[in-house]
Design a protein around this ligand. Sequence first.
Ligand SMILES: [Fe+2]
Length: 289
Amino acid sequence: MRAEVAEFARFRAYTQVVFGPGAIRTAGDLLRSHGVAKALIVTDHGLVQAGLLDRATSALAAAGVEYVVFDGVEPNPCFETVERAADHYKSYLCQGILALGGGSPIDVAKSVGVLATNHGGLADYIGIGKVVNPMPPLLAAPTTVGTGSEVTIFAVITDKEQRKKAVIGSPQLAPLLAVLDPELVLSLPAELVASTGMDALTHAIESVISVFASPFTDGVALEAIRLITGHLPAAVASSAVEPRANLLYASSMAGIAFSCARTGLVHGMAHPLSSYCGVQHGLANAILL
Ligand SMILES: [Fe+2]
């Protein structure tokens, strides 16, 4: 038990999580159950080439959900990319969003959601608690094992001019739905399993040592640490389902923890390392941890 107990603390998991091999097949029905007849899919070129986009589009088609694809998300995505994706959303009269990818497509999708229902530009919402209106229904399907963005209240977008990362944090940014399908991470290259897995481990460790930590956040963060330390080496060594599934689930658990407990100095230092030197986010965390 902690030596110091805060007078009041809050814990909330915002997102309905559906998990298991093949879970992406539920995406269309899930979005339709929330009134979405046309969705914008936000993803990147690499996932299209890897054939993963087809899994999402077939799920939407099977449920009779129309879709438009925006696959122009780059690593460390910038404000201009968000604006282009938001233009797609508005011009095609979409009603919801499916984010397929790692943290970059999911964070762009969240930012599009903000612009879909709130006035002004994304820069108006940098900081904590500035988003006013709820987003349209957003379903996030992660294809890496680290970001946790599918369940968090944060989006990180790069300001290319100032070479820094802007954080938008608000409960409205939490996706309504997260689909954790281990089959989406089986083709993830070993080096990305390693770096994104270390990102998730950093989220969990920073949650445990945070001044905002509580027994609630400790519960999910400590279990995430147990799963990651137990399965990361095997998940890097092979593409077997079990270790990668455990990493995928752990990364979301760590996301739930740090949405409440926040991250710390390692992330604070890792963001400029990515902005100035282009170091992949998880690798930057691993170096600094
Ligand atoms: Fe991170």
